[in-house]
Design a protein. Structure first.
Length: 335
């Protein structure tokens, strides 16, 4: 019965993804309205400060994301792996993040072309382009922003990671600087993952927007291309089993880090003491790892570390069962 439930669940997930790719109208933030809680509710913002893994497939900008630019250009845009970057000679084909299947087909990017209304970079104009996340509510101490970034440079460029605790429609509102990344050319950098603990920059409990803010002082001599993919806000949990607060409902969190290699943390909440089973399946519905089997856990929040050393790169599903409750999430292994 459990295997049948899993196979039906996977089938529904795949059908949903297939429908999204055919219609091209389903927002790219596919997991935003999905909860592993037994109590589901529709919310206008991302709840509990978690931003599910965003790979920028489908409609751009993704659902509830936004963008700003100051000089009439398109601003941040979508591009696919293998495409050539406009405005570069000779043509540059964009390589994938190490695992082709996991990285998907699309990413976000900005360049001197997207920032300018006419593409005439000789007019010495200052350019600003912001790509902004949905509202993230109730930032918690362990919440961590992660993303992959790559650049192509002939001259130089700058990317600020900024936070607004008020609105998302004004550059000036993003007055909390998380980091300023400065790039210089000529040359390019391979894909690199960045991580920032959000509570280092805002008070826990804050509601925030995060902006990827590309800016140059002079379009005549500065600005090239920045590529962004696999953006996420999730909780990096260091300990939890003896937390003083007892959760009021059963839930399974998104693993962190994700994508990962070789290990990741799987966090879950139990309102009552229960025996827990945690299984990992491949996309064919085959059991590839039984992490925990009928192990007794007290009521509270818990973390299990899972190692992918014996698994190849790919998409996997982890399923948690506790008494009559069950929840499933997807995770990505990159090697």
């Amino acid at each position: 019965m459990l295997k049948l439930f899993f196979q039906i669940s996977v089938a529904l997930i795949f059908l949903g993804q297939l429908y999204a790719s055919e219609t091209k109208r389903v927002p790219a933030l596919k997991k935003q309205a999905t909860s592993t809680s037994t109590k589901l509710s529709a919310k206008s913002n991302v709840s509990f400060s978690e931003l599910e893994l965003e790979s920028f497939e489908g409609v751009f900008p993704p659902d509830k994301w936004s963008k700003l630019t100051n000089y009439g250009g398109s601003g941040w845009a979508q591009i696919s792996y293998g495409d050539s970057l406009a405005g570069f000679e000779p043509a540059i084909a964009i390589p994938r993040i190490p695992d082709v299947q996991i990285a998907g087909n699309a990413m976000a990017y900005c360049s001197w072309v997207t920032g300018h209304a006419t593409g005439d970079f000789t007019d010495n104009q200052s350019i600003e382009q912001l790509l902004i996340t949905p509202l993230l509510t109730n930032v918690e101490t362990a919440d961590t922003l992660t993303f992959f970034l790559k650049y192509y440079m002939q001259f130089s460029d700058s990317l600020d990671i900024r936070i607004s605790t008020t609105v998302n429609n004004s550059v000036a509102a993003f007055d909390v600087l998380v980091d300023q990344l400065a790039f210089s050319g000529p040359g390019n950098r391979n894909w690199r993952q960045y991580r920032y603990a959000l509570a280092d920059y805002v008070t826990p409990g804050s509601d925030i927007y995060v902006a990827f803010h590309e800016h140059v002082d002079s379009s005549a001599v500065i600005g090239d291309a920045l590529l962004l993919d696999l953006t996420q806000v999730a909780q990096l949990v260091t300990s939890a089993p003896n937390a003083p607060d007892i959760p009021d409902q059963f839930s399974l969190a998104q693993n962190y880090p994700n994508p990962f290699n070789p290990a990741t943390n799987i966090r879950f909440n139990l309102p009552l003491a229960s025996k827990v089973t945690l299984n990992v399946y491949n996309t064919a519905g085959q059991l590839v790892a039984q992490v925990v089997k009928n192990k007794a856990y007290s009521a509270g929040s818990h973390v299990i570390q899972f190692s992918s050393k014996r698994l190849p790169s790919g998409v996997y599903f982890y399923q948690l069962n506790a008494k009559k409750l069950s929840a499933m999430r997807k995770m990505l292994v990159i090697k």
